[in-house]
Write a protein that binds this ligand. Structure first.
Ligand SMILES: NC(=O)c1ccc[n+]([C@@H]2O[C@H](COP(=O)([O-])OP(=O)(O)OC[C@H]3O[C@@H](n4cnc5c(N)ncnc54)[C@H](OP(=O)(O)O)[C@@H]3O)[C@@H](O)[C@H]2O)c1
Length: 422
């Protein structure tokens, strides 16, 4: 496991932002107290800016509002701030910052009740603070709490557990995919004899190498179930998984497609998000929770580190992470962990698409298949209970720069001579 670096995403210490100029806000998104505050903070005649205000849940309305806001930024050159209460969307903005450098982009996440009181000041500061190093794709993500307290999220080194994994039925969504099949094989080799693979792809449509893995798996696990359903179809999932009592769920269903954000329609973003976030909700709605002891979701580093053409995929993974962590309190006896992997070599989407070598040349070393699979078995021993629910960033040690870990910029505040204690 030495080759993998494990980091946990967590709020950092308090940050002090500078102040930003008044703005003539164009407010898009959901009606809410925060949206009302942004409207009220509008100063006519001041420099224009867009505020996209979302609530706790990300859905199609959010796709529409974000893309509409980004179109205004593109057409008029206006800065854009995303304000939300847990819905997310910052990953899309980071990809835009790479693809369309220009006016500032920022995200303000309101982390508790009362944070609305200073939302307009925080939003202004997030857009207006020109002291921040701002290379393309870097983040301006601010966590805003009560009384104007602000923080940046940052990365803390973490480790994979060494405990025993729970025994019992295993359900793998996207189970006929490159990684799903290999995970099943590893769990079977470790003694799992009740494995269900759920996938939208019927087994007969598998490429030859994957069909061979499935054949060997069937030979080793006589009771292997291969179910065909689209996880975005709630009724189909409920029908297909009726009565299922998995102890372990590994949620691997997902699609990858690349396009510049400027070419994306709301439906394109929703299509990438569906198998991951909506699929997770449907699967959890279909299975019995009482037996569930481990939920491992396959996310991606792209939800934090932007890549050109991968904004929609990064967003899908961000919303998956948020959805999984939000559901943890409803799964009290279960370990919930979202593994945000960099790309894998040896099997899976990146391997199949032939992008591993190119990525490695750009400093993004891949996770070798064996290393990743060893990590999966250890992640399945993650401690149970909502208080331990976590998102982990898993990259090879040799991986290029992590998303900037901004720890505390308090010392640099006041550089402009106008120190605001937000
Ligand atoms: N491979 C990597 O380098 C890497 C890195 C980071 C994260 N991940 C994530 O890890 C997971 C597994 O990746 P992988 O490389 O094994 O990808 P994969 O080979 O494409 O497997 C994903 C499987 O999910 C299936 N699927 C897609 N939409 C579905 C739906 N609506 N309902 C049910 N099944 C659906 C796919 O079917 P179709 O083929 O028919 O679409 C495919 O069989 C994915 O979520 C991926 O985003 C992968």
């Amino acid at each position: 496991m030495d080759e993998l670096a494990v980091h946990r995403y967590a709020p950092g210490p308090r940050a002090r932002l500078g102040s930003g100029p008044p703005r003539s806000w164009s407010v898009l998104g959901e009606p809410s107290t925060a949206a009302e505050r942004m409207h009220r903070a509008r100063v006519s005649g001041a420099a224009p800016a867009v505020a996209v205000v979302l609530g706790e849940h990300y859905g199609r309305h959010a796709d529409r509002a974000l893309l509409q806001g980004l179109a205004l930024r593109r057409t008029h050159g206006w800065p854009l701030v995303l304000v939300h209460r847990g819905a997310g969307g910052g990953s899309l903005l980071r990809a835009v910052a790479l693809e369309e450098p220009g006016p500032p982009l920022a995200t303000v996440e309101l982390t508790c009740a009362g944070a609305e009181a200073t939302v307009a000041e925080v939003a202004r500061a997030a857009l207006g603070d020109t002291r921040w190093p701002d290379p393309p794709g870097s983040r301006r993500d601010v966590l805003a709490g009560a009384d104007g307290r602000t923080a940046f999220a940052h990365w803390r080194p973490s480790a994979l557990p060494r405990g025993a994994t729970a025994e019992g039925p295993v359900l793998i969504t996207g189970g006929l995919g490159g990684l799903g099949l290999r995970i099943a094989a590893v769990l079977a080799a470790a003694g799992a004899d009740d494995i269900t693979l759920l996938d939208v792809t019927p087994p007969g449509a598998l490429p030859r190498a994957d069909a061979a893995v499935l054949g060997r798996l069937r030979a080793r696990v006589p009771g292997l179930r291969v179910l065909t359903a689209d996880v975005t179809d709630r009724a189909a999932v409920a029908r297909t998984l009726a009565g299922a009592r998995p102890v372990t769920v590994v949620h691997c269903a997902g699609r990858v497609a690349g396009a510049p954000v400027s070419d994306c329609a709301p439906g394109d973003l929703a299509a990438l998000r569906g198998p991951k976030a909506t699929g997770l909700s449907h699967v959890l709605a279909a299975v019995r929770h009482s037996s569930l002891r481990a939920l491992l979701c396959f996310g991606s580093v792209t939800s934090h580190r932007a890549h050109r053409m991968m904004g929609g995929y990064g967003l899908a993974n961000e919303i998956l992470r948020r959805r999984a962590l939000a559901v943890a309190p409803r799964l009290p006896g279960c370990a919930v962990v979202v593994a945000e992997w960099s790309l894998w070599s040896g099997a899976g989407q990146a391997h199949r698409m032939g992008v591993v070598a190119g990525a490695a040349r750009q400093g993004m070393a891949p996770i070798p298949l064996r290393t990743g699979l060893d990590a999966v078995t250890r992640l399945l021993a993650w401690p149970r209970g909502p208080e331990h629910a976590a998102a982990l960033l898993l990259t090879p040690v040799a991986y290029g720069a992590l998303p900037t870990a901004v720890v505390d910029e308090g010392d640099t505040a006041g550089h402009s001579g106008r120190r605001a204690n937000l």
